[in-house]
Ligand binder design. Structure first.
Ligand SMILES: Cc1cc2nc3c(=O)[nH]c(=O)nc-3n(C[C@H](O)[C@H](O)[C@H](O)COP(=O)(O)OP(=O)(O)OC[C@H]3O[C@@H](n4cnc5c(N)ncnc54)[C@H](O)[C@@H]3O)c2cc1C
Length: 567
């Protein structure tokens, strides 16, 4: 198990420095061993090696998380060579190894008319990396990507494969005899839905796919005023349409994007590699080879150019702007103007296959420039007052910084909306003490809606500026005070916000007590008795508060049971 010298370098891997870095390059580590297994056996070997040498283990997918989830000093496993995919057309399921990207998954599913209709905006990411961090797209029908998970094979810290299958599903493969650890225990399955690598090394997963369908995509531009309140018609859109996004590119317009199922003819090319490729250009050439799906290249070209223009034109100024932050207003003005110029009419409508309907999916392609973001999710109040407050504080603070000649963010502020989520490490598995009854399914008239709001900035290698740090810290502290159990996105850096760890624990205690239940399940299953899957960051986040709580409880016990000083 010493093939790490021979491994193909991938993004994030600097073979000279023997160092792994995430894509934004704000997180790095120098593990003693790095492995890129090419098979299940090699993966098991890597975990057993760590076990035998008593070393910590972490896994890197594509390295897009900006929080320190991946670093380890022991064994770092890269899954980029684990790429098998098997689609079961009859059952509409897809089994795949953990190094498969969303784009690869979509391509295989599309061949047989299937899809997974909810995803993050970047197709390069590994599906398992996204699932592990509770990542999400937009649309209140689903609570996140992990909604589609029905099975996971995960190696425990001794390198033993554990199988977890969702209730009501059966996995038929060469390991049919494997025991389902989640049999009769939905809570165990909920623990593996978004485990941040703490339940072990995921070898493979199975998703329940759906027949692919077309959606009408509508883009509207309206004058930006979300800091003044959320207009009723926008709020209604979120409940009535399939997926809705509010994007503010820091100019005077708000870009609203929404989709709804349709039977109309496609206006975009149906070829997955074209719709997901990195070039985002009008004539990428791959349409020509896609005879099976029927090429719509000519019809498509204007729309593709339009999309590239909308999201790409502003990037021309990106590098100079990062060198000279005082040019940020020029950049954001240009970016906003290019968005307007690229949209010939408002509303602008297209018909696409649902996986191609993610809004700004080309925005981050091809730049290889770091991105920093702060994202919180919270349950919308009945009157959406907390959504208004979240926008108001982000916009007003930004204006205060701008007035002082400071430009803490240069890309956008965005809101997306999802439903609730069953994962134990999601606080939006709300108050489900008993049976995880889904409020959404039982009372569809009033679904639980989670608003995800994020500040996004492009940045130089090594992370964003001090101004970003100060601004996002202030906004984060204000977002922590919102109603609706606000909680930061696990993958997006937040630990620098004062009081955030206590806040997270409080939110979980007030909602589903998910952290304690997750940790108890780890203990019960004994998947990691020596905490080999827990790096110092995760220790600070999950274990240290527990230790100090236990310490203070013990202290109180000693004080209250000790000799009385009362006279
Ligand atoms: C440009 C950009 C756009 C983004 N868009 C969105 C978005 O639309 N919505 C959203 O919710 N988030 C978004 N994110 C955040 C992103 O979804 C997460 O950071 C996601 O985890 C990235 O996937 P990755 O493949 O890079 O995973 P990594 O960052 O490499 O890994 C993420 C976590 O998964 C664990 N992991 C990975 N593979 C395994 C395995 N086999 N076994 C056990 N643990 C494993 C890692 O240890 C780590 O804890 C975005 C990030 C960027 C940079």
């Amino acid at each position: 198990m010493h093939d790490h010298e021979k491994r193909t370098p991938m993004r994030g891997w600097n073979s000279k420095a023997w160092e792994w870095r995430n894509v934004t390059e704000n997180v790095a580590c120098r593990p003693q061993h790095m492995y890129s297994p090419k098979s299940k056996l090699e993966l098991i070997g890597a975990v057993k090696f760590a076990h035998e040498h008593n070393l910590p283990v972490r896994v890197a997918a594509l390295g897009h998380s900006t929080s320190s989830l991946v670093p380890t000093t022991g064994v770092l496993i890269m899954t980029d060579n684990l790429q098998q995919i098997k689609v079961n057309e009859k059952k509409q399921t897809v089994w795949f190894e953990s190094g498969v990207s969303i784009m690869q998954l979509e391509a295989e599913l599309r061949k047989v008319g299937l899809c997974v209709p909810h995803s993050v905006l970047s197709r390069e990411f590994f599906w398992v990396g996204c699932q592990s961090t509770n990542s999400h797209g937009s649309g209140i029908k689903y609570g996140g990507m992990n909604h589609f998970l029905i099975h996971a094979d995960i190696l425990d810290s001794e390198g033993i494969m554990r199988r977890y299958v969702k209730a009501g599903h059966k996995i038929e493969d060469e390991d049919t005899a494997a025991k389902n650890e989640a049999e009769g225990r939905p809570d165990i399955f909920h623990a593996v839905m978004s485990p941040l690598g703490m339940m072990g090394v995921i070898y493979a997963v199975t998703l329940q796919a759906e027949p692919i369908y077309k959606v009408k995509v509508t883009d509207i531009e309206i004058p930006f005023a979300l800091d003044q309140g959320i207009p009723d018609d926008l709020r209604k859109l979120v409940y009535e349409k399939e997926a809705v996004e509010f994007n503010w590119f820091l100019g005077d317009k708000l870009w609203i994007h929404y989709t709804e199922p349709t039977k109309e003819e496609l206006t975009m090319c149906a070829c997955v590699s074209c719709c997901g490729c990195a070039c985002a250009s009008a004539f990428c050439g791959c349409c020509a080879s896609d005879t099976k799906q029927g090429c719509l290249a000519v019809k498509d070209s204007w729309e593709r150019l339009n999309e590239a223009f909308k999201t790409g034109a502003g990037q021309i100024l990106l590098l100079p702007m990062l060198q000279h932050p005082h040019t940020t207003p020029l950049f954001t003005k240009f970016a906003s103007a290019s968005i307007s110029a690229g949209t010939p009419s408002s509303p602008f409508q297209q018909v696409r296959w649902v996986p191609d309907a993610v809004h700004i999916m080309h925005l981050f392609y091809g730049t290889d420039i770091g991105v920093e973001f702060l994202e919180f999710g919270f349950q919308c109040d009945d009157d959406w007052n907390n959504v208004h407050q979240a926008w108001k504080v982000a916009v007003n603070k930004l204006r205060e910084y701008n007035a002082k000649g400071k430009y803490p963010i240069n890309a956008l502020i965005q809101s997306r909306f999802t439903g609730r989520n069953d994962a134990l490490l999601s606080p939006h598995n709300l108050k489900q003490e008993v049976e995880y009854a889904t409020a959404y399914q039982k009372t569809p008239a009033k679904p639980t809606v989670i608003c995800w709001i994020e500040l996004v900035t492009f940045c130089k290698e090594g992370g964003a500026s001090k101004d970003y740090e100060d601004y996002s810290k202030e906004v984060g502290q204000a977002w922590m005070k919102l109603s609706g159990h606000p909680h930061p996105h696990w993958a997006k850096r937040f630990k620098y916000i004062p009081g955030i760890i206590d806040h997270i624990h409080r939110v979980f205690r007030e909602t589903n007590n998910g952290i304690e239940r997750f940790l108890a399940i780890r203990d019960e299953l004994n998947v990691d008795p020596h905490n080999r899957f827990v790096n110092p960051y995760l220790d600070d986040l999950f274990f240290a508060p527990r230790r100090s709580r236990h310490a203070s409880v013990t202290e109180v016990e000693i004080k209250t049971t000790g000799p009385s000083t009362a006279s």
